[in-house]
Structures are given as structure tokens and as C-alpha cells.
Design a protein around this ligand. Structure first.
Ligand SMILES: NC(=O)c1ccc[n+]([C@@H]2O[C@H](COP(=O)([O-])OP(=O)(O)OC[C@H]3O[C@@H](n4cnc5c(N)ncnc54)[C@H](O)[C@@H]3O)[C@@H](O)[C@H]2O)c1
Length: 252
């Protein structure tokens, strides 16, 4: 048989935020590798569009990731229908451009509720051997802005720095169960999330962002490829890592 170190055929992964952007691209590439997918998003239309782009139909659930009870129901339902999971990645997220003078507790809580806290519920359930196979891999999504400061970004940075702390603690705690927990810190990728906040920037935003990345703007595939590597056995001795996938942004 041909050498194929990224053999994830038939493995089952849960992806949140799969209705758009990086989550959608990751679903598409995983389906090309014949992984089985369970996709979650609050946006039903986006989720259905993603499903149409896959090589094999995924199980989809319209879900607000802030709803921990719904997450538990989905995991139980999916395990009953198609067996245990081999890992998850939490892509669902929102951005926030807001100077500290405008920050309110409710907005801060919202960023944590969507970007950070759902990881705890997914990890709690999917570290239970009733719901997960041995050797599962969790891939959490942070941002370069957890590593590097920038103006009016305190809430997003907080939510993504939390992801990095969770990664390291969970990697230690779950190592006894042979579950690996890693994190990707992406640089700028053109997705609907970036479009949604572009009006906050000067006209030359694209040019400026390009200059911040020695290798230029990234694509969703660049992040998806790293997720696939971390899901696969190619990374079987890697846990607790924060992997910058950022075209050199953090090397400067
Ligand atoms: N695009 C970038 O430049 C960039 C850089 C660093 C990190 N990231 C991170 O990558 C991840 C994916 O970002 P993207 O650029 O693909 O964004 P996107 O806006 O294209 O996709 C985010 C998805 O999350 C879903 N979502 C939002 N709130 C939800 C909720 N409460 N429940 C369920 N689903 C919800 C949205 O419907 C959407 O489909 C995010 O965590 C983001 O913070 C993105």
C-alpha cells in the first residue's frame, strides 16, 4: 500500500463553526480524506451549504454553542447514531473590536461564552470513554492576538488567551487517557469574520495586514491543514502545543 501518514479515513470528528470560513474549509478537506463528520453551527443555511460541498454527507446540528445542555444532547444523539468520536475542533467564534472605554461586562461575557467556554463542555464530554475512542485529539483555535498585543482588541485577546491556557492544562490532565490537546494560533485569514470588522479599519487595511505577515495573507486551507495534522497520528507525540500558523506574524 502507498505510504500515507495522514490516514484518518473513517475517523469521526466534531467541528463547531462549520457553516463558514475556516470551519467549512476544514470540513471539506477532512471529507476528502474520508473522515466522518459531525458539524455544528448556529447558522442553518451556512451549515447546509457546507454539507453540499462535502464528499460524504455529514451529520449536522443547528446549535448555539453557548447552550451546554444542547451540546450534551447532540453528542449523545450522534454517538447513538454513528458511534464514538476521535476528536473535535471548536471553530465557532466572534470577533470584537472595542476600546477598553466601551467595554461592558455583558460583552466580555459574550466573547467568553462563544469563543472560550464551550471548549470546556466539549472536552468534558469527549474525554469520557462512553463518547470517545482511545487516542482522541482535540484541536483548539486561538489567535495570534493571544500572543501579540493590539489596540481595541482586549476582549478577543482575552477569549483567545483563555484557549491557550485551557490547551496546556487539559493536555496534562488528559494525557493519562492518551487524549492529545493542541492549539492553533492563526494569523489573518480572509473569511466572513474579517469582512464583518473591516469597516473599523482604514482603506489600506488589506495592504497593512499583508505587510504584517512575512508570507502574506493566509488562506483557510493553511489552518485546515494544520488541524488535520494535529488530528492525525503524524502528531501522536505532540500535546499541549500552541502552533502559530501565521505566515511569520509572530516571528517578528
Ligand atoms: N479569520 C481570521 O483571520 C482568524 C484569525 C485567528 C483566529 N480565527 C478564529 O478561527 C475561528 C473561525 O473563524 P472564521 O474566520 O472562519 O470565522 P467565520 O465568521 O467565517 O465563522 C465562524 C462560524 O462560527 C459560527 N458561530 C458564531 N457564533 C456561534 C454560536 N454561538 N454557536 C454556534 N456557531 C456560532 C458562525 O455562524 C460561523 O459559521 C474563530 O474561532 C476565529 O476566532 C480566525
Amino acid at each position: 500500500m502507498a505510504y500515507n501518514p495522514i490516514n484518518i479515513e473513517n475517523r469521526k470528528y466534531l467541528l463547531t463553526g462549520a457553516g463558514s470560513g475556516i470551519g467549512r474549509t476544514t470540513a471539506i478537506l477532512l471529507s476528502k480524506l474520508k473522515a466522518r463528520l459531525v458539524l455544528l453551527d448556529i447558522n442553518e443555511k451556512g451549515l447546509n451549504e457546507t454539507n453540499k460541498l462535502l464528499d460524504n454527507e455529514a451529520q449536522t446540528y443547528v446549535c448555539n454553542v453557548c447552550d451546554f445542555d444542547a451540546i450534551e444532547e447532540i453528542i449523545k444523539d450522534s454517538v447513538q447514531k454513528s458511534g464514538k468520536f476521535d476528536g473535535f475542533s471548536h471553530f465557532a467564534g466572534i470577533a470584537s473590536i472595542m476600546p477598553i472605554k466601551a467595554v461592558e461586562k455583558e460583552t466580555a461575557q459574550k466573547l467568553l461564552n462563544i469563543n472560550t467556554l464551550p471548549v470546556l463542555q466539549f472536552a468534558k464530554l469527549l474525554s469520557n470513554k462512553r463518547y470517545s475512542n482511545n487516542g482522541s485529539s482535540f484541536v483548539l483555535i486561538s489567535s495570534v492576538y493571544a500572543n501579540v498585543g493590539s489596540s481595541a482588541n482586549v476582549l478577543y485577546a482575552m477569549s483567545k488567551a483563555g484557549i491557550q491556557g485551557i490547551t496546556k492544562s487539559l493536555a496534562i490532565e488528559l494525557s493519562a487517557k492518551k487524549i492529545r490537546v493542541n492549539c492553533i494560533a492563526p494569523g489573518f485569514i480572509k473569511t466572513p469574520m474579517g469582512d464583518g470588522i473591516s469597516h473599523f479599519f482604514e482603506e489600506k487595511h488589506d495592504e497593512e495586514v499583508e505587510k504584517m505577515h512575512p508570507l502574506g495573507y493566509g488562506e483557510s486551507e493553511d489552518i485546515a491543514n494544520a488541524v488535520i495534522f494535529l488530528f492525525s497520528d503524524m502528531s501522536k507525540w505532540i500535546t499541549g502545543t500552541i502552533m502559530n500558523v501565521d505566515g511569520g506574524f509572530c516571528a517578528k
